[in-house]
Design a protein around this ligand. Sequence first.
Ligand code: G16
Length: 539
Amino acid sequence: MIKTVKTTPYTDQKMGTAGLRKKSKLVEQENYVENFVQSIFDAIGGVKGQTFILGGDGRYYNKIAIQKIMKMSAANGMKKMIVGQNGFISTPTSSKVLLKNHADGGFVLTASHNPGGKNGDFGIKYAVASGGQCPTSLSDKIFENSKKITEYKILEAPDVDLSNLGTQKLGDMEIEVIEPVQEYVEMMESIFDFPAIKKLFANGFTMAFDAMNAVTGPYALKIFEEILGAPKGSVWNYVPMEDFGGLHPDPNLIYAKKLVDFMYSDKAADFGGANDGDGDRNMILGKKFFVTPSDSLAILTDNYKYIPAYKNGIYGVAKSAATSTAVGRVAEALNIGYYEVPTGWKYFCNLMDSNRITFCGEESFGTGSSHIREKDGIWAILFWLNIIAATGKSVEEITMEHWKKYGRSYYMRNDYDGIDIEVANKLMADLEAKLPSLKGKTFGAYTVLEAKPFIYNDPVDGSSTKNGLIVYFTDKSRIVFRLSGTGTNGATLRVYLERYETEKFKEDPEKMLESLADVSREIAEIPERTGKVKADVLT
Ligand code: G16
């Protein structure tokens, strides 16, 4: 029976950089998920006759939210839902399944790299028919709806069993339970040279992959160990857990510490990699060597010809403004299109749909291509393995050669976490106001060339977005300031530091960027305003 339930609005259901992300405890409030989902359905004119994809990264509340969403979809007249077995699907797989089935939309239940569990975070990413997350114009409309919602529709029915593959009915809606790993494997086999990578492992190459007790564990086991023949035990933490076993599933030098320590030890494998909660982020390590996401994007782009799916040419490449300029030099050398967009994968989608770019990436450990409309963690790792198999070179050799050819952008992100939201907003507003006056000023060894907000004018839909403030220096160094759109604890100020070198390649990035970090604190008055004399997290 379809029930119409009276509800009262929540005022905080505004999507951030990638969907709605909140503390699990907030999401558990009465009607919280229901209000949000109905606000989406209403914003798109209903879902009658439509097909959606549904799944999550398995974190706490996944099981409950998924049942609510299926029952609401059935009550709202949806024709079909394609759901990952046991409620699991990675973000990249969801995008792939959405595109393959020409579906109208999709939900991935995840707070991505944020910790999970009852005291952790939960979230909902909402994708549209193009396979990417919904544009800001639509999320604004959804937010408006969520502030005035009075009722939602839900089917009264027992919970759906998602353990068996195949189709079943929920009211009048068809539910198809699919096996997402196989879907993903087929896509990767169509892009990369699996036989070459298989040969690499057969010749004794070793890898360590940390799935961080999150969604890509089964994918990695299947691809790296079973299909490609990486030694048994190469994939770590491969059983997805509701609280990620207490891990913070963010693949970076801080939160993937066990892997990083191993890769910097004398027992290190030839290659190290990790993914995040929902499988769209990646980290790349060689023996005692770390590749920044910005460099990784530049290196992959420069080596596209080794990959079967791209060897005939690529359209162009894009990065978020906060990401280092390394890939820009590659784009110039290859004479391909080059775009800078605001932070948020959704901004790449129009560029892909219009064949302006093939690759894109962000400093936040995201890299991907037009094979889907989300970033893709395992894809990035396979890309590296394919290059290594084709060239016979190590991660370090490939990266060193790249720096020798193009120079090196020393790059780091400094995060100041848990700042009072009003303090953070005022800091950014005051900084923006003083940008024009910075031009020509000298801070230690750095002289400001130009300072301005980053404004993106989308060449496809004509929309304009302001995201972050950039200070350019005369020696090609840059500082980008912006507030995170994914945090759930006060505000996080992100400060991105970049310094370009054409000769010194083997220095410690933290040392190389120390004085620029001081300049960033001085320009934005960070200690005075936040009480923080140092960043909380350096990546
Ligand atoms: C999301 C977005 C990315 C963004 C990242 C960090 O990633 O999809 O585009 O770079 O958040 O955003 P912010 O700096 O605003 O916190 P994910 O992996 O969390 O979905």
